[in-house]
Design a binder for this molecule. Structure first.
Ligand SMILES: [Zn+2]
Length: 482
């Protein structure tokens, strides 16, 4: 979509601001499908037509895309060329999904270590670098292209279309943006190009939450697009104050973070609409989104080839089985990732869905941050179900964060909500001590606020020592070139 960039640049260079904003409104009147360019249109049309394909057709499509991606990686990606050669994988052997048995999974450490050797030759033109944040500061630089991002956007629009979203829909956006306009020092702004009301995620104090409610009523968006950790404080605020007169939202569109038990119910109750979650990752290997009929998560077969791999390294094929999402992306051919370990886990759902789509179903998806475990004094690893608030111990807590810096010690920081009592601290302590046994000393402290990461996400567990979690074997031969 070169048009957008050129126009945005022209707009940026123009003064004064009201004129810029006026031009943006004019430009915003042009349909998104035109502004987003041919890759967006092509992908969206393909998704709309292929969503009702039969199982056979989808399998055939996946097979041919998988072969194309792996052959392309063989031809153009230095890391894969070398690794395939060492593993004895010849080009003519790449004929279908069976070849994956010979290709061990890779993870973000491998991608980070390989650096530019992961980038396909000949992708310099239109290349975009993106950096993903990690829970304990490890960062990963990825490379993609504009057209891949536009294709991604088409998947998102297709998914949201299940709950009525169109290119004319207006959104309130609470997604880790830092909005602080230089001119007015405001914590919100309107983007007429994208039809978005952007609300800063770094300013969630009561004064600003009241302002956000006011802005939402004024802008009257059809949807709220959010990180769960940002919409939850707003929902709590609205509920506690008994605020009425909100727009009749069509859905709350969530993504990028885990949704914990209780959060979905709270948001649906307050915003009086469906909470609709999307699962994806910056590495662009797998995407899933909720079904409008059943509430299941459907994996997009057009987006990538996804496997669930259990703790023993075996592929999950039975309904109810749980495994790590390991996927080969079809979208990003600038940095193709084959059998990439996302670190996220899911449960395989039923083979059929009442909506009629033959997309694979995942029952629950838990991001890597949900998988945290605490290391005890003896080195024992104790799983800690993050955000699991079944017993209601965090009901009067605004935010909480665990931090482990050495085995046997765990620190919990709490931001107290209205009505918090000493008895709440006792209940939390009792439950956690019961869970952790005599292995861990728990220290509880209070804070006014817990900061977010650089990209605005909320981290529930911070650790600053080496992760004790076992790493599935990645074939040494395959990685000798690392
Ligand atoms: Zn469905």
């Amino acid at each position: 979509m070169p048009q957008i960039n050129r126009s945005s640049r022209i707009l940026r260079n123009l003064a004064p601001w009201p004129l810029k904003q006026g031009l943006k409104y004019l430009w915003g009147a042009i349909p998104l499908s035109i502004r987003y360019g041919p890759e967006f249109r092509r992908t969206l049309a393909f998704l709309r037509s292929s969503q009702w394909w039969g199982r056979r057709d989808l399998e055939e499509y996946q097979k041919s895309r998988l072969v194309e991606i792996i052959v392309d990686a063989y031809d153009r990606v230095p890391f894969y060329r070398e690794a395939f050669r060492r593993a004895g994988i010849r080009r003519e052997l790449i004929r279908g999904p069976e070849i994956l048995n010979d290709i061990p999974p890779i993870d973000r450490q491998v991608v980070a270590a390989q650096g530019t050797r992961m980038i396909a030759e000949g992708t310099r033109r239109g290349m975009i670098r993106i950096t993903t944040g990690g829970t304990s500061g490890e960062r990963l630089e990825l490379v993609t292209r504009k057209k891949h991002r536009m294709a991604e956007q088409a998947f998102v629009f297709d998914l949201w279309g299940r709950v009525g979203f169109t290119q004319r829909s207006k959104r309130a956006v609470l997604r880790g943006n830092v909005v602080l306009s230089d001119r007015y020092r405001r914590t919100w702004k309107i983007d007429p190009l994208r039809k978005e009301l952007l609300l800063s995620s770094y300013h969630l104090d009561e004064g600003n939450l009241a302002l956000y409610v006011d802005r939402i009523k004024h802008y009257w968006p059809d949807y709220v697009h959010c990180y769960p950790s940002v919409i939850v404080p707003l929902a709590r605020f609205i509920e506690q104050r008994g605020i009425v007169g909100l727009p009749p939202f069509k859905a709350v569109l969530a993504s990028s973070e885990n949704t914990f038990p209780g959060q979905r119910e709270l948001v649906e109750r307050v915003f009086r609409c469906r909470y609709f979650d999307l699962y994806g990752q910056s590495e662009q290997v797998a995407m899933a989104g909720e079904c409008e009929v059943s509430g299941n998560y459907h994996l997009y077969p057009q987006y990538g080839y996804t496997e669930l791999i259990d703790a023993r390294g075996r592929r999950v094929t039975e309904e109810g089985g749980e495994g790590e999402i390991v996927a080969t992306g079809f979208i990003n051919t600038a940095m193709p990732l084959i059998r990439y370990r996302t670190g996220d886990w899911a449960v395989l759902g039923k083979p059929e869905c009442s909506c009629g789509r033959h997309y694979p179903i995942l029952e629950s998806i838990r991001g890597r941050r949900d998988q945290e475990s605490v290391v005890g004094r003896s080195g024992a690893v104790i799983p800690l179900a993050m955000g699991h608030n079944a017993s209601g111990i965090y009901n009067r807590v605004k935010q909480y964060q665990f931090r482990q810096e050495r085995p046997g010690e765990l620190r919990l920081t709490l931001v107290r909500d209205e009505g918090y009592l000493d008895a709440d601290t006792e209940a939390i302590r009792r439950e956690l001590v019961g869970l952790l046994g005599g292995e861990v000393d728990l220290v509880i402290r209070f804070a006014d606020e817990i900061p977010r990461t650089r990209n605005g996400k909320f981290v529930y567990f911070v650790r600053s020592h080496l992760s004790p979690q076992s790493k599935p074997a990645t074939s040494k031969r395959f990685l000798e070139s690392v």
